[in-house]
Ligand binder design. Structure first.
Ligand code: XMP
Length: 507
């Protein structure tokens, strides 16, 4: 197990992912709230930070229980911190130390640098630089502008690097992490999807025993994989509830329910479309629509959950990025933990204990676990879909007629992406129904009908996104199909806005 102490770098999660790609488990903890018991950690990595180590309010944690006692790697700020507080000197750098650089010196016969050579590309991102190393430190590598790109403190397993091994542009970054973690710290590479499944299923069995568990399925990857893990552990004691809020994609409720049943899940489909549409009638304010959908969902889910007698647990598909305590940009000890948006929590009187089988995993790891559980690639590769569904893609108020128009449009677009082999190249796609009528002409008739916009984005986490350059031929065919087949729509536009400043959804 590797401990990553976070000093607030934008790359900290990437460090954890790179380590896990080496099949070594890693955990991120904020520098100002480290674990009390360090005995489970065989190595420690210090992240980068937006701070300068010379600033008074910068993170300066006590490392006396770590440094010299466990293999320790400081990255960027982490390296400068190790240098500054062991007798070296860090100062603002005179030359630009951002972006691409190449190693110009690599010390020979160093296990730490095995496989890296002169010319190896690294990625720098710092405005301070190490001017002098501490006594007893050896320079291991340099670039043209950075003399102490890597160093080692003699007599201990302490290393510092001023570049970022976790980013893709550091070509041999993964090799370097492997050298440190496997060859120097002696960690085993046994954190695999199969090992995760085996231990998680055993833990779930032990924790839950013969209790009943309730889980809300959304059709998405996370809740589906969580359900399969629990199913493997406790079988029919898992009671899944899949709610149709009437705002799902065309035929999604029936087909997904069918898939779940084929997977052997004990699932109850609840069609509450009318209840949602009724509650939404006349409301056009986006945040109010969200709140209504959230509230009705909880009411419906609660009603169904009550029918499961003696249920003791509520399972959720929360994943690791939802739970990482983040060090805020101001460096303060903020603990921002997002709640899972699809199951917004249940009334207290239900007294259910929470179980979250995926709380250790990143999204790509969830997919790998799902694959090893033998799940259908179509479920695992599904685009993200917002909890409020088409409700926030119909701008303005929602009616049954608008839902059905948008479902038809969306189905033509999504089926088209699949047919053209574009679906897996896009992170998320969908259509929005705009509150705009425009003039058209069909045959000899003037029309005055609705306008839809298509949106397809590439992203890794939805926090930032860019529109996808879909082939014109595809857009042409899709637009034709929509206007010819969907009654009530006479105009199709394509959204070419990035996030930021736009968002992915229009509401
Ligand atoms: P935005 O529109 O904020 O969307 O750029 C980012 C990602 O979040 C999804 N999204 C939601 N998911 N409930 C959800 O469960 C919501 O209210 C919600 N709003 C946006 C959106 O689909 C995209 O993947």
């Amino acid at each position: 197990n590797v401990l990553i102490l976070d000093f607030g770098s934008q790359y900290t999660q990437l460090i954890a992912r790179r380590v896990r790609e080496l099949n070594i488990y890693s955990e991120i903890k904020p520098y100002n709230n480290p674990p009390k018991d360090l005995s489970n950690y065989q190595a420690v990595i210090l992240s980068g930070s937006p701070y300068s180590v010379r600033a008074e309010d910068a993170p300066h944690p006590d490392l006396s229980e770590i440094k010299g006692k466990k293999p320790l790697l400081g990255i960027c700020y982490g390296a400068q911190y190790l240098a500054q507080f062991n007798g070296g000197n860090v100062a603002p750098s005179a030359t630009r130390e951002y972006g691409r650089a190449n190693l110009s010196y690599v010390r020979e016969n160093e296990t730490f640098l095995e496989g890296l050579g002169e010319g190896s590309q690294v990625w720098m991102s710092h405005s301070d630089t190490i001017k002098e190393l501490p006594q007893g430190a050896n320079r291991l590598a340099s670039t043209h502008d950075v003399e102490f790109a890597a160093f080692h403190l003699e007599g201990e397993q302490t290393y510092g690097i001023q570049f970022h091994p976790e980013v893709y542009h550091t070509t041999d970054g993964k090799k370097l992490l492997e050298n440190f973690l496997v060859k120097i710290a002696g960690l085993k590479q046994d954190w695999t999807p199969d090992a995760f499944i085996e231990t998680t299923v055993a833990e779930l069995k032990e924790k839950i025993g013969d209790d009943k568990v309730i889980l809300g399925l959304s059709g998405g990857v996370d809740s589906s994989v969580a359900a399969m893990l629990l199913h493997k552990a406790i079988g029919k004691h898992l009671h899944c509830i899949f709610v149709n809020n009437g705002l799902l994609r065309k035929n999604e409720f029936e087909s997904v329910l069918d898939q779940y049943q084929h997977m052997g899940l004990n699932v109850k489909g609840v069609d509450a479309s009318a209840r949602f549409l009724d509650a939404l009638k006349g409301e056009s304010e986006p945040e109010k629509k969200r709140k209504i959908i959230g509230r009705v969902f909880i009411e419906v889910f609660d009603d169904e959950a009550h029918k499961v007698e003696n249920a003791k647990w509520l399972a959720q598909g929360t994943i690791y990025p939802d739970r990482i305590e983040s060090v805020s940009a101001s460096g303060g000890p903020s603990a921002v933990i997002k709640s899972h948006h699809n199951v917004g929590g249940l009334p207290d009187y239900m007294q259910l204990k929470i179980v979250e089988p995926l709380h250790l995993l990143f999204k790509d790891e969830v997919r790998r676990v799902g694959k090893n559980l033998g799940m259908d690639p179509a479920i695992l590769g599904r685009h993200p879909f917002p909890g409020p569904g088409l409700g926030i893609r119909i701008l303005g108020d929602i009616t049954a007629e608008k839902v059905s128009i948008l479902q038809e449009v969306d189905a033509i677009f999504i089926d088209g992406l699949k047919k053209w082999g574009l679906y897996d190249k896009v992170w998320q796609a969908g259509a929005m129904l705009l509150p705009v009528n425009s003039v058209g002409v069909m045959g000899d008739e003037r029309t005055y009908e609705k306008c839809v916009t298509l949106r397809a984005v590439e992203s890794t986490d939805g926090m930032t996104a860019d529109w996808v350059n879909l082939p014109y031929e595809f857009l042409q065919k899709t637009s034709n199909d929509i206007i010819n087949k969907v009654k009530g729509v006479n105009r199709v536009v394509y959204d070419i806005s990035s996030k930021p400043p736009a968002t992915i959804e229009w509401e």
